[in-house]
Design a protein around this ligand. Structure first.
Ligand SMILES: NC(=O)c1ccc[n+]([C@@H]2O[C@H](COP(=O)([O-])OP(=O)(O)OC[C@H]3O[C@@H](n4cnc5c(N)ncnc54)[C@H](O)[C@@H]3O)[C@@H](O)[C@H]2O)c1
Ligand SMILES: O=C(O)C[C@H](O)C(=O)O
Length: 357
């Protein structure tokens, strides 16, 4: 959605500022830099609900004890190609970056490496981690769900069981990677909350009210009793999103084996990361040839009326990132204002805008 404003900030300044805040909030080691870089990466890719917008909430979680600031995940099991961590409610963005890097390192040995994390905290924008693998010619899948907090009902129902249950897939090609990053629900809690705050409506009937009637009103999700977000496919074809939500649940809650009975009734995540080296299957060059053909063929498809050109997932995000790295990040309104009280409290100097116009 358009931001309608024009103050830009250098990505490096945003990262430095956010890292200072996370360090001041008690995060140790490389956590402040890693968290800040991943949040800014989300803004660079245009996923503005899951970039620095989350920083004030994460800082609040650190202050309240909902997020653990220091230490390492506990290793529950390590079989080389299959790893299970207990994240101890450490920052999910940091845990996921670590898990991806571990899987990427081990992919040379095992070909396919899977890391699952129980008791992670929220992992932000899934696309932000994909290029850590695709830049090395590796395919990657990430999925996440929350064991405790739900907003999406199974198709045909009107009581929430799932979170939006996102999954992201990074696919290297002979050019830019394909970066798929979608939820099993029609939109996210983050977007619903933003539209509600701004007094806006969904573009269509994306939710059900508590009686099960389709609605475009995001406030229904926050009513008592609450409505639900529809699965991907909406009121008519939500069986598709419902199926995807079940798949994500199995990969995250199922594989981590952390039952909902044990899960604290707090915001958090169970996470699935899998890295595949195409070299151990049909070959790295053959893989890139196939995926490159696919990307070029999709792009060359004649567009329907009203569409300029067929895009690949991630294409607009990567273009946005290149532009933002050159001219600065067009930060969504209100984010720096929400960070200012933390900066004041921690004695961190606030950020000045680079340019206006
Ligand atoms: N951490 C969490 O628990 C959580 C949960 C849900 C979502 N999220 C994040 O929220 C963000 C938004 O999620 P969403 O489900 O609303 O995604 P979305 O509906 O905004 O879809 C984004 C994806 O669709 C692609 N896309 C969009 N329009 C396209 C087009 N015309 N042609 C081809 N591809 C197109 C984008 O490249 C991207 O891959 C994501 O970054 C996601 O990771 C996080
Ligand atoms: O809200 C959540 O915990 C999940 C996700 O970030 C979302 O915006 O739906």
């Amino acid at each position: 959605m358009a931001t309608g404003h024009s103050v830009r900030y250098p990505a490096a300044d945003l990262s430095r500022y956010a890292a200072q805040l996370f360090a001041a909030a008690g995060c140790d080691g490389d956590k402040p830099n890693t968290i800040a870089a991943a949040l800014v990466e989300a803004d660079l890719l245009g996923h503005t609900t899951h970039g620095l917008q989350l920083a004030p909430t994460y800082l609040g979680e650190l202050e309240s004890g909902g997020m653990t600031p220091h230490g390492e995940p506990d290793v529950v099991a390590d079989r080389g190609a299959a790893v299970t961590w207990d994240g101890r409610r450490l920052p999910g963005v940091w845990l996921t970056a670590r898990a991806v890097d571990l899987a990427v390192d081990r992919a040379a040995t095992y070909g396919v490496v899977t890391v699952v994390i129980r008791q992670s905290h929220h992992i932000g924008c899934l696309a932000a981690f994909l290029q850590r693998a695709t830049d090395r010619g590796l395919m990657i899948t990430i999925a996440s769900s929350d064991p405790a907090v739900a907003s999406v009902a199974p198709f045909g129902g009107r009581k929430a069981v799932f979170t939006p249950n996102p999954f992201a897939v990074g696919i290297p090609t002979d050019g830019d990677p394909i970066l798929i990053d979608i939820s099993a629900s029609i939109t996210t809690n983050g977007m619903a909350g933003r539209l509600r705050r701004e007094g806006k409506r969904f573009p269509g009937p994306w939710a059900l009210d508590a009686t099960g009637q389709p609605t475009d009103d995001p406030t229904e999700l926050f009513a008592d009793p609450p409505g639900t977000l529809l699965p991907t496919g909406g009121a008519d074809h939500g069986h598709k999103g419902y199926g995807l939500a079940l798949m994500v649940e199995a990969l995250t809650q199922g594989l981590t084996g952390f039952g909902r009975a044990e899960a604290p009734r707090r915001w958090g995540a169970s996470v699935f990361v899998q890295v595949i080296d195409p070299a151990v299957f049909g070959g790295a060059d053959a893989f890139r040839r196939e995926t490159g053909w696919l990307a070029a063929t999709c792009r060359a498809t004649p567009p329907v009326p009203g569409v300029d050109a067929v895009r690949l997932p991630g294409e607009r995000g990567l273009a946005n990132k290149r532009r933002a790295l050159a001219v600065g990040v067009d930060l969504y309104p209100g984010i720096l204002e929400a960070l200012a009280p933390f900066a004041k409290k921690y004695g961190v100097q606030e950020l000045a805008p680079q340019s206006e116009g």
